[in-house]
Each structure stands twice: as C-alpha cells, then as structure tokens.
Design a protein around this ligand. Structure first.
Ligand SMILES: [Zn+2]
Length: 325
C-alpha cells in the first residue's frame, strides 16, 4: 500500500512497530481528504501480515501478498475492527458496546487487535463514553486509532487518553503524484491549487466546467455594465456559503486568465486589481469576518468600470476604489 505524503509520520510509525512501542491509543488529526485513514490502515495491517511476527517486523504496511494481507484489504480479517462514524451510517451505541465486549474475548488468530474509528469526532456522546471506559483500562495487545479532522470536537477525557498525532495538508507535488497514479488529469495547475492540499474537493473540480461557464457569463455581463447581473451574482455567491472559498478560488483563476488574454492596458489593469482584491478578500471574509456581500460587491463593482475605459482615467479611479480596510 503506497501512501503519498506524511513521510515523517510513516517513518515514526515504522519505528514504533519495529521497537514494539505501540501506544494503546493514538489520535490522528488533520484536514479531511489527506490520507490519515490510509496511514492508520497501513500501520494496523503491519501487525496482521503473516510475514511479520511479534518478534520481528520486516514488512511495514504488510507484504500485500499473503492471505492475511488480502483479507485485511477486504476488511474481513478477524480481530480487526474498522468503524466508520460518519453521519450517514451512524453507528449504534449497542454496536459499539458489542464491539468493545468482543475485544475482551480471546483472539481468533492474530496476536493483536486493532480498532480504527474513522471520523471519530462524529461518535455520539453515549458511544464516546463507552469507548472512554475501554481506553481507561487498556488491554494488552489491543490498540485503538482514532482518525479525525477535528479532534477538538472529541471529549477532552478521550483526547487525554490518546497519543496525539498531527497530519499536514498535502503539498502540491504530492497531490499531482496522487492524481497521476489515479490517472486523473486536471485542466491546469490552478485547479491543483483549488484543492487546497486535500482530495475532498476533487469531485467538485472534476465537475467544475458548468460552474466555470456560469461564472464566465456572469463576469461578461458585469463587464458590459449590467448592475443587476452584479447584484444577483454576488448574492448567489454569498448564499452558497459552504463553497464560497472554493468559488472565490475559481473566480481567481478566471480573472487571472482574462487578465493574461487582455490587450488593452486599461482593462488589464482592472483585471489585475480585481485579482489582487480577490486574493485579499479571503483574508477579509474568513479571517477578519467582514460581511462577504460587501467585500464581493466592492470587488466586482470595479469590473463595471470597463465601460468607462477611454472616457476617463480609470487607473486613478481604480486606485481610489480598491479595498481600503
Ligand atoms: Zn502479508
């Protein structure tokens, strides 16, 4: 199982496996879609592979060839538990109780038991309490890995029982390597930037063409001086709060390419200032919490100036209009 990125963590985990110093509970925290779950699986698999023994670990992440490795990959090996805590399939408290009861039983075949809770922050309070009891009384050869994108949502009592591991977002070259391995081609390097170091938005980007076309049309309308188009465009962007950051990224790419294509220096200047303000807008909206409607209105109003190019000195006007927060 080849994992791209997280080299530091993988090396440390490898050392833990070899030195038989595996903590009873670990908490893997980091953004969504960066591969934490894969790292947890790879680590656990090490201890089920037939070519590894408790005395000697030669294959970190398993050999991928033996029967146990294959069973592990299908989540059908005994003494291994993978629990998805996502909202969709909310795991029932009885199931958690039963699982933790099973952990007390004698092992079927493997020498170790691993339990991985994915998206552990979505565990219901009651389930978390049952888990806590188990973590408080660690059993020999039983290991827990809690994977989460938001560890602060877990009860502090659970966090304090776990060794905390932090995972970084993926670097651009790592994302490119992952996409190449999956035979996925994105249109441009700008699209890789839109992913912001994780693969959660990949589907959105692959289905991005409609959004791009729609935005292109909206921008053309605004450039033609259509004030109504400006207002409805900004309201729509603001309403789609969950995707606002992403959409600003898409707009940045569109404005950048329009700027590069533009020959008229005055209009090029309008695009350049719009681009600069768009970059700054993320800071204003997501870190300074300014009203996103005001910020975006201000930015896209600049595009209305295109109509007045050659009529007045736009560069002076633009400098006055550019955001002064
Ligand atoms: Zn194996």
């Amino acid at each position: 199982m080849k994992i791209i990125g997280h080299e530091k963590q993988l090396n440390l985990l490898n050392e833990l496996a070899i030195s038989k110093a595996v903590p009873h509970a670990m908490l893997f925290n980091g953004d969504e879609g960066i591969g934490k779950k894969l790292v947890a699986l790879k680590f656990a698999k090490t201890f089920y592979c037939e070519k590894n023994s408790n005395e000697q670990i030669s294959y970190f992440g398993g050999c991928d060839e033996c029967k146990s490795c294959k069973l592990f990959d299908n989540f059908s090996i005994s003494d291994f538990y993978f629990i998805e805590c996502s909202d969709k399939e909310q795991i029932k408290t009885e199931n958690i109780r039963e699982l933790l009861y099973n952990l007390n039983l004698k092992n079927f075949s493997a020498k170790n038991k691993f339990v991985i809770f994915n998206d552990a922050h979505l565990l219901k309070e009651q389930s978390a309490n049952i888990l806590l009891k188990t973590l408080e009384e660690p059993k020999d050869n039983t290991y827990f890995i809690l994977v989460t994108s938001n560890y602060s949502k877990l009860p502090i009592t659970i966090i304090s029982r776990c060794q905390l591991w932090f995972f970084d977002s993926l670097k651009e070259y790592e994302i490119i390597e992952i996409l190449n391995n999956k035979n996925i081609n994105l249109n441009s390097k700008d699209d890789v930037k839109l992913l912001e170091g994780s693969l959660t938005k990949l589907d959105m980007i692959l289905n991005n063409d409609n959004v791009q076309d729609e935005f292109q049309n909206n921008i053309s309308d605004i450039l033609n001086g259509n004030v109504d188009a400006l207002n409805s465009f900004v309201s729509k962007l603001v309403k789609n709060k969950d995707n606002l950051k992403y959409n600003i990224g898409v707009l940045r790419n569109i404005i950048r390419s329009r700027m590069l294509e533009e020959n008229n220096p005055e209009i090029k200047n309008i695009f350049a200032i719009t681009l600069e303000n768009l970059i700054y807008s993320e800071y204003l909206i997501f870190e300074r919490y300014l009203n996103s409607q005001d910020v975006l209105n201000n930015i896209f109003s600049n595009l209305l100036l295109k109509k007045f190019v050659n009529v007045l000195d736009t560069s002076k006007l633009l400098n006055q209009l550019s955001l002064t927060y």
